[in-house]
Design a protein around this ligand. Structure first.
Ligand code: DGL
Length: 270
C-alpha cells in the first residue's frame, strides 16, 4: 500500500446531513481515515446565494487540505451545485474532489432511459438546474421534474420524522402535480435518507426512491482503487469538526451516522 493511501478522506456538508454519506463510506471502506466538516455556523445552505456557499466551501477545503486529505467529498447537494467546479480549480492537484450529483446522474441515466423522473431538494439545488442540465446532456430522453422542498431539511434536523407531522408535510410536497406520473424520485439532499422509508411508503412501491449515499461511496471506492489510494489495513481514525458547536447538533449526529459521534469545534473564521 502506498504511503498516500493513509491520508484521510475529507467530507463536508452544511451541517450534519452529510453524515448519511459519511456513514455509507464507513460501511463500504472501513479502513479509511475520515475527517468530516459540518458548517453548522452557516446552515442551512439551501437558501443561501451561490456566492456565499462558494466562500464557505473554499474555507472548508482549506481546513481539509491542511489536514492532508487525499480526497474531498462534497456531501451536500447545495454545495455540490454551487461550488464543485470552483473547488476543482482551487484545489487542483492537492486533492481529488467528488460531488454527490454526478454519481446520481450516472445512475439515473443508466436506469431510466425515456422515463419521467422526479427530484426533491433544497431551493439552491433545484434553482441551479444542475441535475436537469446534466441529465439532458446525457440525451437519454429522460424528463426530470424537480420540486424544491425547503421544509424537509430543517424538519429532519429537529428530529421530526416518522411521525404525524412529517407524514403530512411529506405528503403535501409529494402530492404536488409536478411529481405526477414519475417512475423514480431522486432524493437530492443528503438529509433525506432519514425520511426515505416514509417517502417509499407514501408511494407504496410504485416509485423507486433513490438516495445518493451508497452510489457516492461506490464512486469514491472506484476512484481510490483506480489510483492505488485505497487504505486496506488498520483501525481507522475519524474526526468530526463543526464550525459552531451545540449539544443539540451532537445529539442529532447519532441519527445521521448511526453511532455516537464527538464533535470538535473548528470556526471557519477567527
Ligand atoms: N444537506 C444539504 C444538501 O444536500 C441540505 C441542507 C441545507 O440546506 O443546508 O443540499
Amino acid at each position: 500500500m502506498k504511503k498516500e493511501a493513509l491520508a484521510p478522506i475529507g467530507i463536508f456538508d452544511s451541517g450534519i446531513g452529510g453524515l448519511t454519506v459519511a456513514h455509507a463510506i464507513r460501511q463500504l471502506l472501513p479502513h479509511e481515515n475520515m475527517m468530516y466538516f459540518g458548517d453548522t455556523a452557516h446552515l442551512p445552505y439551501g437558501d443561501k446565494s451561490e456566492a456565499a456557499i462558494q466562500a464557505y466551501s473554499i474555507k472548508i477545503a482549506d481546513v481539509l487540505l491542511k489536514k492532508g486529505c487525499k480526497v474531498i467529498v462534497i456531501a451536500c447537494n447545495s454545495a455540490s451545485s454551487a461550488s464543485y467546479e470552483l473547488l476543482k480549480e482551487y484545489v487542483r492537484k492537492d486533492a481529488h474532489i467528488l460531488n454527490v450529483i454526478d454519481p446520481m446522474v450516472e445512475l439515473v441515466t443508466r436506469l431510466y432511459e425515456g422515463k419521467v423522473v422526479g427530484l426533491i431538494g433544497t431551493k439552491r439545488t433545484v434553482q441551479s438546474g444542475i441535475y436537469t442540465n446534466k441529465i439532458n446532456e446525457a440525451n437519454k430522453g429522460i424528463r426530470l421534474q424537480s420540486l424544491a422542498t425547503p421544509l424537509l431539511a430543517p424538519m429532519i434536523e429537529e428530529g421530526f420524522f416518522n411521525n404525524q407531522i412529517s407524514h403530512e408535510i411529506i405528503a403535501q410536497y409529494l402530492e404536488d402535480p409536478i411529481l405526477k406520473d414519475i417512475e423514480a424520485l431522486v432524493l437530492a439532499c443528503t438529509h433525506y435518507p432519514l425520511i426515505k422509508k416514509e417517502i417509499s411508503s407514501f408511494y407504496q412501491g410504485r416509485v423507486d426512491v433513490l438516495d445518493s449515499a451508497v452510489v457516492v461511496a461506490e464512486a469514491l471506492q472506484n476512484y481510490l482503487s483506480e489510483n492505488m489510494l485505497l487504505n486496506t489495513e488498520g483501525e481507522p481514525s475519524q474526526h468530526f469538526f463543526v464550525s459552531d458547536y451545540t449539544e443539540a447538533f451532537e445529539a442529532s449526529t447519532r441519527l445521521f451516522f448511526q453511532e455516537k459521534v464527538t464533535l470538535e469545534r473548528h470556526p471557519l473564521w477567527n
